[in-house]
Design a binder for this molecule. Sequence first.
Ligand code: GLY
Length: 313
Amino acid sequence: MAIATIAIHGGAGAIARASMDADKELLYRQALLQIVASAQALLAAGGSALDAVTEAVRQLEECPLFNAGKGAVLTHAGTHELDASVMDGRTREAGAVACVGRVRNPVLAARAVLETSPHVLFTGRGAESFAEQQGLEMVENSFFSTPERRAQLEQAIATQQTLLDHDGTLPPDRKFGTVGAVALDQAGNLAAATSTGGMTNKQAGRVGDTPLPGAGCYASHLVAVSCTGTGEVFMRTLAAYDIAAQMEYGGLSLQQASDNVIHEKIPALGGSGGLIAIDASGQLVLPFNSEGMYRGYAVADELPVVAIYREES
Ligand code: GLY
């Protein structure tokens, strides 16, 4: 029996300890802890890696602290366009949605694509119609808004910036985005899921790496990966798949392959961010090249660990 392991992230970015409000930091830590513990319990009860990552990302989408689902960032037009994907390492099946604005939990729509459709990726209105037909909860686009995200957009427009989910001149606690989860279940199967609101002040219709299998999310029999960061660069490097390829064809360890992607290939193209990944032996890595990354993990029945800053474990 494999050692069940779950890891989650709530985005990487310029998250500096010195400028983080203590109360807000506590909220982040509590949210990460509760979500990782919940996924750990699901795996301990014999649940699948696919169910664990879907449920962890659904809970991250429900939490307004993170840039996915409720609390997602806004486009230049003042709307929300959400992307999500999920991939099952056991079957290599994937499901994804992009540019959805009315599906309460985009990761559930991605999961429905994986389970019920011969296709992999639906966009916009077609994705919303599909989700509605699947009986998923639909909401008004304004459901996803928070006052903080409105202020963030106003600031981005005023300074003429298109802010990546973790960069820019926003206050440090607002420089983050994208959520994700990877898991190894007791049966030895791997899965990954990723969800995001994208980048503040993005042009309507822009899609990043999150809903693209192989870019922001990937799972096979070898490894499960969920990314956060400069979407365009993660797309151009096929970051998540590159880790799997380096392991499969180059014989690199998960640590070597993920360090190569995050500390060499992504910065070489001007990108930044991080990822979480687990291999079939239970090896877990959470590398990032930014100041911090909201993250958490739990191995078997050990106490979950959450961290934000670079110097933490
Ligand atoms: N990494 C998320 C995005 O660029 O949309």
